[in-house]
Design a protein around this ligand. Sequence first.
Ligand code: BES
Ligand code: MN
Ligand code: ZN
Length: 486
Amino acid sequence: MRVAFASSSLASTQADLLVVGVPADKVADTLAGLGDFAAAVVAVAADEEFTGKPGSTLGAPTYGRISAPRILLVGIGAGTLADVRAAAGSAGKEGRARGAKRVAVAFPGTAVGSPELRAAIEAFAEGNYKFDKYKSTGKKAAAESVVFVDIGEDAAAVARSLALVSGQELARDLVNEPAEEIYPESLAAVAKSLESDTVTVLVLDETAIREKGMGGIYGVGKGSVRPPRFVHMTYTPKGESKGHIAFVGKGVTFDSGGLSLKPSEGMMTMRCDMAGAAAVIGAMKAIAAMAPAVKVTVIFGAVENMPSGTSYKLGDILTMYNGKKVEIHNTDAEGRLVLADCLSYATELKPDALVDLATLTGAAVVALGDWYSALYTRSDTLAGTLTARAGEAGEGVWRMPLPDLYKDKIKAEYGDIKNVGGRAGGSITAALFLAEFTTLESWAHIDIAGPAFLDAALMHYAPGGTGTMVRTLARWAESVGDSSSK
Ligand code: BES
Ligand code: MN
Ligand code: ZN
């Protein structure tokens, strides 16, 4: 997708679809630029009771009265950042539904240099995304260009936003691809393909994983004919560096539950269980393109969790990378075992901050639904930073407690700890489990099980992978790189 800027009246703008953002109760004023077609559209809007309420839309053909063959009015209410984002998302979605190659958008408030402009570019692309690779018929083309009408040029915003878009779309594609396409080796190969003059990628195979003592990754992976991989990516800025941040992702390319097999309904979408790894890979792609002045480490363990004669078993005791012994009570609580080794390894690198992303628990979905990811950290500073960056990116995170009081729930009879903590507070006890594998003060865990994959469309997002947290993480790196001190 390209982003262009045109200075033309609404009536003369060349596009397959013209989208006009309408502030609340400003229909006639906003549409004045349609010239002698304005009165007709204002009349239709009145008839359809379209007044510019946020989230409302009204589409109509233009019968040659203006250059664009179709117009879409989208309400932007009071014009907040969230309103603009939602409107741009609707524009992208409508453009895709109609196969519009060139979409022109006129949104009040998206001035050069404004956060609204970046939000509009990013949300338009989100709305325009649809995974239709495996459809034989009825495909609609993605937009080739989105053209902002009459606001001047903002090349810097375009470059940064398109970097985020490409990272997020990579994450969405990786999640949407079937598990027969994306398995540990192929996921590691995608990471490897991002190698460049600033990005290095180290991949460990199953033998190396075992030799390194990564008992969590090895144990979960050994039931599958697809061997596990451990991946360590490093982005090093060319000039000065203002610090070092590290991202860890859960890369379970398919979660059948293992011997604690999931029922079919629960297993249906479990190709999404590598969404954490997909997000950190996508963030790395975006960061490499934006080139911020901060070192960024990305680590993920890629495994397929399968039942077989070689699977890890209930009652097994796994020795983890940091030496802790974990008693297995349920092979479906596999993500925390994979993450644990990654977190201990990442801790050795002494980053200034460490954040892991994981589709870790059904309990997080029950608690917070499809929009909010559950954020766990003992650092108020890191909680504040991540919440702020997520707010700018338009992604939902909600901080949850990480109380020592519940640690008893993961005490084991034979090993040091067990891998399940019971139904109550299941997302919290999973986070407490992870906390056993890093000594970093500045560590956060984000359970993305709800937002990572949508069973049905939500706002402007199509069903399937969302690429959640790619923009939050990449914007975080961007802001650390921009800051004058660490
Ligand atoms: N991958 C799942 C969690 C999940 C559930 C992600 C729904 C996305 C949507 C995870 O590995 C899992 O199976 N968790 C179990 C843990 C339990 C056995 C302690 C769960 O949440 O039921
Ligand atoms: Mn599981
Ligand atoms: Zn899982």
